[in-house]
Design a protein around this ligand. Structure first.
Ligand code: FES
Ligand code: FES
Length: 176
């Protein structure tokens, strides 16, 4: 099977029944992506496919050939952490860190959804020109990613600083 993972073309032999999560971790060594429940309930295995967040434990790898897959290993660039990774450190958005790769990928995918005005179950103004991303929206949109350490307050603060404030500044036309 052929994949594009973190910008690299990768050819790998794998059982046709392999999940994307197992392919990443077991066949290719991208162990940043975590296996929590292995049944779509915890979000630890979240990765980005063409910028969209998915639970890789529920995905058959064979279906994702030719797509652009990003794992947590692909977020930093040129030796610099992604601003969201830096914000997680500054706001103590983790304790054991097990859920963190999924939280990071999920938050980036979430911002893409918000920027495309995809509503959530708590969105009040469905006809608004852009979704108002307050804390209730943010928590709801990140609710598929569980943290057994309970680092939620730090996670929300980190996402708010790195992604929400940047979005708001971009909308206002001021440099981030
Ligand atoms: S391991 Fe995929 S959602 Fe829990
Ligand atoms: S930091 Fe430990 S599970 Fe979230």
């Amino acid at each position: 099977m052929r994949f594009t993972i973190n910008g690299e073309d990768i050819d790998v032999k794998a059982d046709i029944r392999t999940s994307l999560l197992d392919l990443l971790r077991n066949n290719l060594g991208f162990t940043g992506t975590k296996k929590g429940c292995d049944q779509g309930a915890c979000g630890a295995c979240t990765v980005l496919v063409d910028g969209e967040r998915i639970n890789s434990c529920l995905a058959l790898a064979v279906q994702y050939q030719g797509r652009s897959i990003t794992t947590v290993e692909g977020l930093a660039s040129n030796g610099n952490l992604h601003p969201l990774q830096q914000a997680f450190i500054e706001h103590e958005g983790f304790q054991c860190g097990y859920c963190t790769p999924g939280q990071l990928c999920s938050a980036i995918g979430m911002m893409g959804e918000v920027n495309r005005n995809v509503p959530s179950v708590v969105t009040k103004q469905l006809m608004a020109a852009s979704v108002a991303l307050d804390e209730i929206e943010l928590r709801e949109r990140m609710s598929g990613n569980l943290c057994r350490c309970g680092a939620y307050n730090g996670i929300v603060d980190a996402i708010s600083q790195a992604l929400v404030e940047t979005r708001n500044k971009a909308k206002e036309g001021t440099p981030a």
